[in-house]
Design a protein around this ligand. Structure first.
Ligand SMILES: Nc1ncnc2c1ncn2[C@@H]1O[C@H](COP(=O)(O)OP(=O)(O)O)[C@@H](O)[C@H]1O
Ligand SMILES: [Mg+2]
Length: 315
């Protein structure tokens, strides 16, 4: 807890230095969830049907996660041209950035459903996307962190569906970065093959453009991480990390960036990083996130612009 308090102080000091932004007036405020399991947290969007973790050949396709998500950002190549032939995805040219084609059945198994434009299960994610994009646009915000009180609330699932919904359904380009350094899951959930990733960039093994991946979807770029980083809070605070975030943010000023962050209450990684983003989305898990966890999380987010909360895993 002491580390968390220290991180809060650091975060506050930094935000005050940079001029803290006023929270969005239409941000969705969470209602504390009871630990009894009965979902009492107000979702940012209506809950969607629950998705089974796996399916056999005879079963219907998995339903969407309980609470879907979505948002947008304009397209641009993730990396500058650097030899090799240009690949085209939609109307965007991806040079150097690796293009990896995703397996729909692997995505569905991991409750990633927003890659199908016409799938009605994506509606809740699309609504979430619309609310978040409107708030961000109104405030001139371009970087969004996704966090939660504890692990397994569904941050990565929501962040992925949100990023897909934005890229797939709008003209906005979006970059999704796996910054849950201790528990990176984006590559696994998408079924990305091993390749240089964030950890290799941070240890000076590769350049930033080498770690970007285009998952065969126009307007979406991924910054995956294949290996956990143990000294993650310290890594979050390094100047290399800080400079990278500035570069990601400033290189394409029309791009929306989503950071999949660690949970708020288990380490101070997220707190250490939050001063670098414009706003945050909080994912709560029905029947898992307790009232005191929600209160503690929101207290830690006092100096962060919370654009909404999602009640995930509800009925
Ligand atoms: N709405 C949901 N309904 C059922 N299971 C879900 C839902 N959202 C996520 N899950 C599952 O919960 C587990 C943890 O989700 P994940 O997104 O990895 O959480 P986090 O990133 O917060 O640790 C995964 O197995 C995921 O498929
Ligand atoms: Mg995760």
């Amino acid at each position: 807890m002491e580390r968390i308090k220290e991180a809060v102080m650091r975060a506050r000091a930094q935000r005050e230095k940079e001029g803290a932004m006023v929270p969005a007036s239409d941000a969705v405020e969470p209602q504390p969830a009871e630990s009894s399991g009965a979902p009492s947290t107000a979702p940012a969007v209506p809950a969607a049907p629950v998705a089974p973790a796996t399916q056999d050949a005879s079963s219907p396709p998995p339903a969407a996660p309980d609470t879907p998500a979505a948002s947008t950002s304009p397209a641009a190549p993730a990396a500058p041209a650097q030899g090799g032939g240009a690949l085209t995805a939609g109307n965007i040219e991806y040079r150097q950035t690796k293009v990896v084609h995703l397996d729909p059945s692997h995505l569905e198994k991991n409750r990633i459903i927003s890659f199908r434009k016409t799938d009605e299960r994506t509606v809740s994610f699309d609504r979430l996307r619309t609310v978040i994009m409107r708030t961000m646009k109104d405030n001139g915000w371009r970087t969004l962190a996704v966090t939660s009180p504890t692990a397994s609330c569904g941050k990565t699932t929501v962040a992925l569906n949100l990023a897909l919904s934005i890229a797939h359904q709008t003209e906005q380009t979006v970059l999704l970065a796996d910054f849950d350094l201790r528990d990176p899951n984006i590559a696994e959930y998408l079924g990305l093959p091993e390749s240089p990733s964030l950890v290799d960039y941070l240890s000076d093994q590769v350049s930033l453009p080498e770690v970007f991946v285009n998952p065969g979807i126009p307007r979406l770029t991924l910054l995956p991480n294949h290996k956990a980083i143990l000294n993650s809070a310290e890594t979050m605070m390094t100047s290399k990390m800080h400079n990278m975030v500035s570069e990601i943010r400033n290189r394409y000023d029309t791009r929306l960036v989503i950071f999949d962050l660690p949970p708020m209450l288990t380490t101070d990684d997220a707190l250490a990083f939050l001063p670098q983003v414009d706003c945050a989305l909080v994912v709560l898990a029905s029947g898992q996130s307790t009232k005191s966890q929600v209160k503690e999380t929101m207290a830690l987010l006092q100096t962060t612009n919370v654009v909404g909360t999602v009640l995930n895993k509800g009925d």
